[in-house]
Write a protein that binds this ligand. Structure first.
Ligand SMILES: Cc1cc2nc3c(=O)[nH]c(=O)nc-3n(C[C@H](O)[C@H](O)[C@H](O)COP(=O)(O)OP(=O)(O)OC[C@H]3O[C@@H](n4cnc5c(N)ncnc54)[C@H](O)[C@@H]3O)c2cc1C
Length: 596
């Protein structure tokens, strides 16, 4: 099987390269557009996710584009995961570390690991791989665990000698979503005494322990463009299952529908994994082998499919990871699989707060042409903070169950929460849950299963509110802004609210915001309507939110402000880019993407 897989990998790379000229050039910014390869299309076809993948395709590129400040983001990080190819064509995944500033992205097409600052483990195959592999492929995943940001860049290295800078010519730059990232932060340096490294072809008891206590791994694969590729996988502790000393099972949770990793595995089974015991021993486990997809899975909750990983070699570096970490919380979307589910990690008011309450009363009112407000009452206090969202399980008359999240737009009457909550739902054409809620007569069967989210001035970890809060939203992204506005309107915090809508009739909360503008001198409101034809009311600006509009409307001289942004992904990245150009620091930007 492995010999077959190897020769197939080589052939596919060769065939694909001969078609590489087909990549298109974007007229917008001179960047190439990422085109899905055959393996990705096969995988998308199997899962029917091609429309979703096509919608996301414009976010992918052939250069680095971290919307919230490329240089700053790269320079802040102290840990990067990298995948390099050994002589047999297996991608080894490594933890590469250094002080802040060891990684740099001086332009869109280059990532540099500063030689003197970069640290790789002495017996990690990456050093030899980077020197000897003829086309020096490397993939990297830049991680900010604490903010749940990941960024993936693949390419080829310039000539490398140990001790010199590692320079990656970037050929693919792909932002990742925050799903399944467990939040953790560096607590300090790790004091290690051992320099023990063990190796083998079937996993030792210690190696198995690292996997079984992990909630995070990085999966290296090879794509037919001849690049290494690297992706993040996370879940509750123990989510990767050790079937035997030579076989692991990785449950594949629902993702963005692009199937980049599984698409690679469709064409080439060679794969690598790294596991790190972040909070405990500091052991780092590297494993390579062949990975095969099982498309239909009923074994593991929340996983539509599985990867069966056949171990070929492993290297265990004892007490080797130079940083000791503190776990903050699990991702609030991890499926309930793995031993860590239900573990008592302090929530600190953020992340997931699991609940189980069937709503006992509901009331609905029309808010705008396309939105409706619902007030639900629970049997007990619902703990929430302004800006957070609620996740519900909705049972349709057919018995079908849907899990959806909607921002809580009401202001809780106590600091601990309220028995009531309001949500504001936009009717999405063809959307199952929103259509049901907009059309249902009487009381929908709706069960509250969690409250979560961090888009809130009350959840920054700093006890005082800032002097000014800037809220920027588009479309239904207005909902968290409304919750924040309602909670702050009786404080002395200045609110600058900029909202964009396609049609004025669809603008939710228009009357309430207009009243607030009239009655409250420290509330500034700007509304833009993007439709070019329709008549607009006086005071409404026509067009999109631009850098120039932000420059005119925002008062950034006082440095005590925070910015909250919500809307479609492209809107968020554009607004972040404008604000960075206006010298707003990344640390002031807080965003939420509703993923549609
Ligand atoms: C943190 C968070 C907060 C949110 N807050 C709000 C909020 O306050 N208000 C709000 O209205 N929404 C909010 N959302 C979005 C909300 O969770 C739902 O996604 C939204 O209501 C649509 O759900 P739906 O079931 O109606 O649509 P879905 O059935 O999930 O469909 C979504 C879209 O995809 C399209 N679609 C579905 N199937 C296909 C297919 N096979 N091919 C092509 N297209 C397809 C639909 O036409 C629709 O436009 C929030 C989301 C998150 C993550």
């Amino acid at each position: 099987m492995q010999v077959e897989a190897l020769s197939k990998c080589g052939l596919v790379v060769f065939l694909y390269r001969s078609q590489f000229h087909k990549i298109k050039r974007s007229q917008m910014d001179g960047d190439d557009l990422y085109l899905f390869h055959e393996g990705e299309r096969i995988a998308q076809g199997k899962e029917g996710s091609q429309p979703q993948a096509d919608r996301l395709q414009p976010r992918l590129g052939t250069s680095i584009d971290v919307a919230t400040g490329r240089d700053e983001f790269f320079r802040e990080q102290r840990v990067v995961y990298a995948s390099s190819m050994d002589e047999d064509g297996y991608p080894w995944v490594s933890e590469v570390t250094g002080p802040a500033g060891f990684l740099d992205a001086p332009d869109k097409r280059k990532a540099i690991f500063r030689g003197k600052l970069t640290s790789v483990l002495p017996e990690d195959p990456i050093s030899a791989n980077l020197r000897t592999c003829s086309d020096r492929r490397m993939a990297m995943m830049v991680m900010n665990f604490e903010k749940r940001i990941r960024y993936r860049a693949n390419g080829n290295l310039q000539a490398y000698e140990p001790g010199n800078d590692i320079v990656l010519d970037v050929a693919e730059g792909i932002p990742g979503c925050p799903k399944y990232i467990q939040r953790r932060r560096i607590a300090g340096p790790r004091q290690c005494r051992e320099e023990l490294v063990t190796r083998g072809e079937s996993l030792s008891a210690e190696a198995i322990e690292v996997i079984e206590t992990s909630n995070t791994t990085f999966l290296g694969t090879v794509n037919p463009r001849g690049h290494n590729d690297l992706s993040h996988r996370g879940g509750f502790t123990g989510f990767v299952v050790v079937n035997s000393a030579v076989q692991l099972v990785i449950p594949e949770y629902s993702g963005n529908g692009m199937f980049m990793t599984l698409g690679n595995l469709e064409l080439c089974s060679r794969a690598g994994l790294v596991f790190v015991d972040y909070e405990g021993t500091g052991n780092v486990l590297q494993v390579v082998g062949d990975a095969f997809i099982e498309w239909k899975n009923a074994e593991y909750e929340g996983a539509g499919r599985l990867i069966r990983f056949h171990v070929k070699k492993f290297i265990l570096h004892h007490c080797a990871s130079p940083y000791k970490w503190d776990m903050i919380d699990y991702s609030d979307v991890n499926p309930a699989h793995g031993r860590g589910h239900g573990e008592d990690i302090p929530m600190q008011g953020k992340g997931l707060f699991p609940l189980d309450m069937v709503m006992t009363e509901s009331q609905a009112t029309n808010e705008s042409g396309t939105t409706k407000r619902f007030t639900f009452k629970g049997p007990q206090l619902i703990p929430y903070t302004p800006g957070q969202y609620a996740t519900f399980l909705l049972t349709l008359p057919s018995g079908r169950k849907l899990e959806r999240s909607w921002t809580i737009t009401s202001r809780p009457r106590t600091s601990a929460g309220d028995h009531e909550m309001e949500i504001t739902v936009k009717h999405m054409k063809g959307g199952e849950a929103s259509t049901y809620l907009h059309e249902v007569e009487g009381f929908p069967h709706i069960q509250l299963i969690a409250v979560g989210g961090e888009l809130s001035p009350y959840l920054t970890g700093v006890p005082e509110l800032p002097r000014q809060v800037i809220l920027i939203s588009a479309g239904i992204g207005i909902t968290p802004m409304m919750a924040i506005t309602r909670s702050l309107r009786e404080t002395d915090v200045e609110i600058t609210f900029i909202h964009s809508e396609r049609h004025e009739k669809d603008r939710a909360f228009a009357d309430e915001l207009a009243m607030l503008k009239l009655s409250n001198g420290s509330f500034r409101l700007t509304t833009t309507v993007t439709d070019r034809m329709e008549a607009i009311n006086p005071g409404v600006v026509r067009g999109r939110i631009t850098k120039e509009l932000l420059q005119t409307k925002l008062k950034l001289e006082n440095h005590d402000y925070q910015v909250y942004i919500c809307g479609p992904g492209k809107f968020i990245s554009d607004v972040c880019e404008f604000l960075l150009q206006l010298n707003v620091q990344t640390s002031r930007l807080h965003t939420e993407d509703f993923n549609f």
